[in-house]
Ligand binder design. Structure first.
Ligand code: SAH
Length: 366
């Protein structure tokens, strides 16, 4: 159905209004919202508490679900990667990462990505298109249904990170609407405080985000301590170089809540950005702007045909020690799901993997 309304992208008030245009009372809208967002039902036929004729009328003009799961890959560390398809056949990848005290779902904001970071596999796809609100929300519903069963309340908290394919700040409106839909206590009830948005550095949108009171946390992908190197690794730097980026970060920092920190992500590329000198440059850069922040060092996840190797453990440790000696809080991120190409920068609609369990159509459209 081409012009069908994607109901998963509507907030509760918008869904109530939509049903009103079909002559239905407000409580029907609330009922449908709970069915889609709280019970995570993905087919009108399953919403048996709605009258049959209403379900039939709905299915003529609207869709209860748009994404379809093409394949699911299960890592030996419990991470699950989903390759989904939009109604127009574009790939969307989502990763579910179970941890002891919480789960993290890494979702995509775009199919493909227009930025051309040289260390990221998604860049090779180019931008296919930005995802709709419903397509963003559904990634989370599908992952939760698969992990725990349809509509089952997750036993742990759910954190979300917009670190899948795409540049979230180039799709900010849809993303913020999706976060509003997901925050509803009568729906998924995942509040912005549990969400981190990662950006390659779209400066005007960082400033927009800073103005929103109920905003998600922010992470900035740095990857280099100088403009010269960053221009090369992340071409977006030519548009918004480090000084501009960090001054936007400073503005954002003034809006941080107590205990909240801005995160800088730094992918560690062997012999490219991991020297002692570069660690000092990075520490000086952050200290000069005196931004309350932490640095996450991400071991590079290699993938054909990316031209880099991961930094050695020794280099990562040395880099971390230098940052810490200069007062920069530094963490080394553990890669998850590397064996199924589910780790950072590895999402590129890859269909086959070696030696991994591939569970195709386990979830299906539901
Ligand atoms: N466009 C956004 C979000 C997607 S990338 C951004 O740039 O932040 C999410 C994170 O993965 C970024 O910090 C990015 O630097 C990192 N990343 C990309 N490719 C990687 C790779 N091959 N190995 C490790 N991390 C990678």
């Amino acid at each position: 159905m081409k012009n069908a309304v994607q109901l998963t992208g509507l907030s509760q008030p918008d869904l109530v209004s939509f049903l009103k245009t079909m002559g239905e009372p407000a409580y029907r809208g609330r009922q449908l919202f709970a069915a889609l967002q709280h019970r995570r039902l993905r087919d009108f036929d399953e919403i048996t508490d709605l009258p049959k004729d209403l379900r039939a009328r709905l299915s003529e003009v609207a869709q209860a679900a748009t994404l379809k799961v093409e394949s699911e890959y299960l890592s030996n560390d419990g991470t699950r990667r989903y390759l989904m398809k939009t109604h127009d056949g574009l790939p969307v990848e989502t990763v579910f990462i179970p941890e002891e005290r919480r789960d993290t779902i890494c979702f995509s904001s775009q199919s493909g990505c227009p930025l051309q970071c040289t260390f990221c596999l998604t860049a090779q796809l180019g931008l296919l298109r930005s995802l709709t609100t419903g397509e963003i929300v559904e990634q989370i519903q599908i992952a939760l249904n698969d992990a725990y069963g349809t509509g089952v309340k997750p036993p742990r908290g759910t954190n979300l990170v917009a670190m899948g394919a795409g540049e979230p700040l180039l799709n900010l409106d849809q993303l913020l609407t999706a976060l509003r839909v997901m925050a509803d206590p009568q729906g998924l009830h995942i509040v912005p405080n549990r969400v981190t948005v990662s950006t390659a550095g779209v400066v005007p949108r960082i400033l927009d985000l800073a103005k929103i009171s109920d905003r998600p946390h922010l992470a900035i992908s740095l990857a280099a301590p100088t403009d010269e190197l960053r221009d090369e690794l992340m071409p977006i730097n030519k548009r918004w170089p480090l000084e501009e980026l960090l001054s936007a970060c400073k503005t954002f920092e003034r809006t941080l809540k107590p205990g909240e920190r801005l995160t800088f992500e730094y992918v560690m590329l062997d012999g490219v950005n991991d020297s002692e000198e570069q660690a000092r440059q990075l520490a000086n850069l952050l200290n000069r702007h005196s931004i309350k922040s932490k640095v996450n060092l991400i071991p590079h996840n290699p993938a054909e045909p990316l031209p880099y190797l991961p930094s050695t453990d020794v280099a990562v440790e040395r880099f971390k020690n230098i940052l810490e000696s200069k007062g920069v809080h530094t963490y080394v991120r553990r890669p998850r799901g590397r064996d199924i190409f589910a780790a950072c920068g590895q999402l590129a609609a890859r269909q086959t993997t070696l030696n991994t369990r591939v569970v195709t159509n386990l979830v299906g459209a539901n």
